[in-house]
Structures are given as structure tokens and as C-alpha cells.
Design a protein around this ligand. Sequence first.
Ligand SMILES: C[S@@+](CC[C@H](N)C(=O)[O-])C[C@H]1O[C@@H](n2cnc3c(N)ncnc32)[C@H](O)[C@@H]1O
Length: 239
Amino acid sequence: MAALGRLLHVATLAAGMRRTLGSLAGSCLADRHVWDRLHSQARRDGLPTYDWFFGYEQVQYLLLPLLKEALASRPLRVLDVGCGTSSLCTDLYTKCPYPVDVLGVDFSPVAVAHMNRLLEGVEGQTPLCPAHPASCLHFKQADAQALGSVAPSGSFQLVLDKGTWDAVARGGLPAAYQLLSECLRVLSPGGTLIQFSDEDPDARLPCLEQGSQGCTVTVQELDPFRGLTYFAYLVQSSP
Ligand SMILES: C[S@@+](CC[C@H](N)C(=O)[O-])C[C@H]1O[C@@H](n2cnc3c(N)ncnc32)[C@H](O)[C@@H]1O
């Protein structure tokens, strides 16, 4: 019953967020203040995280084989661009059995402050605990279209984008290409960028192929989640 209540609550929240999004002009989604407002709304329900589309559980089968490459002494570096208040970074840190060094970035200070509070366990909460002793997790405020201050070139083996291209592209494709270009710049040779989205491959693949020449672009349809179809777009840089 509690699970059903939570499910209905999450579904209602998601619908509420979608309505809010639907009522915003597309270009507003490029505005940091709009995101600050949305992230504060998501917080009012008291849940520790809010996920667009789905959470870590739904995609761990795809991520774990990539993360298995990490060495116990040298965690694999993972960047989540536009992390929001998603469970992706926190679950990677608390559930991934392999060592991971995870950085979540978002241009919303509201989202970043919330995730730092969650990580540090302020206000009587328990701090998050890593599943592997060598794992670490950080959150920083940064524009994903200009990551120079937080991410040197070639420094991440795995870059994750869950819904961020979708948001940025609402402000125009040039901004989305700039986001892609930054994700590829920070990717190490042979590294993988994964975009999770509900956008159809007919629309997304030509953009990714155009914006990531020299890389290998593939798409996987994910198992339907709450009746909706999602895709993982994988862009692998050359070794
Ligand atoms: C659709 S939400 C997805 C949030 C999160 N990845 C998830 O799956 O729940 C898009 C996120 O991108 C962030 N965002 C949008 N444009 C950005 C930019 N230029 N730089 C950094 N973050 C951005 C927003 O603040 C928001 O958290």
C-alpha cells in the first residue's frame, strides 16, 4: 500500500513537472532560474531525489559492464552532466560494486546545494556511504556547455546525460551541439558518452552522428518503464 502510494505520488509529481514543462516556452528551459524553480518544486515533496525518466536501477545493467573496467586502486571517472537531483550519481556511489569517482554538475545552484546536503548528511541525515571504499562523489555548479573550470580534456571514461540534451535542445540545436562537444572534449580516448532520452532515434541519431564525427554512435532501446519507451544513445570515442 505504501509502495502504491509512493508510486502514485511519484507519478503525480512527474505529471506535475511535465505540466509545468509543457506550459513553459521551450527556450525557457535554457534559463537557469527556471530550473532553480523546478528543482525547488521537486524538493517540496520531501523525497531525497527526483529522477527524470527513470533512475539508476533501470540502467545499471547497461552501466555496470562499462564500470567493471575500473581498477581497485584507480576508480573509473564518471561525469553526469545536468545531474539535477537525480539518483544516478548517488546510486552509482552507494550501489556500484566497482570503484567510481563520480562528478555531478548542474548549472542550478539549488540542485547542487541539495545534492551536497544529501551527500554530507546535514540536518540529522546519515551521510551517504560508498559501496566501494575507493569510490568518491562530488557535485559542482557548472554550465555543461562550458565545462573548462571543472573538467579537463580527456578526463572522464564515462559521461552520462539523462535528459540534459533534451532540455538544452529546447533552447536551440546550436546549444545542444555545444553540450555534445563539451561532453566529447572531456571524454578520455575509448570513453563512452551515454545520453538517456525518450527522443526517437530518427530525430536524435542524425544530430549525434553530425556532432560526433570520428566516434561510434549506437542506440539501444531500453526496457519500457511505466509504459514509456526510452533510449540509450552511446557515443564511443576512438581509442
Ligand atoms: C531534464 S532535467 C534532467 C535532470 C537529471 N539528469 C535527471 O535525470 O533527473 C535537465 C537538467 O539539466 C540541467 N541543465 C540544463 N541546462 C544546463 C546547462 N547548460 N548546464 C548544466 N546543467 C543544465 C537542469 O538544471 C536540469 O537539472
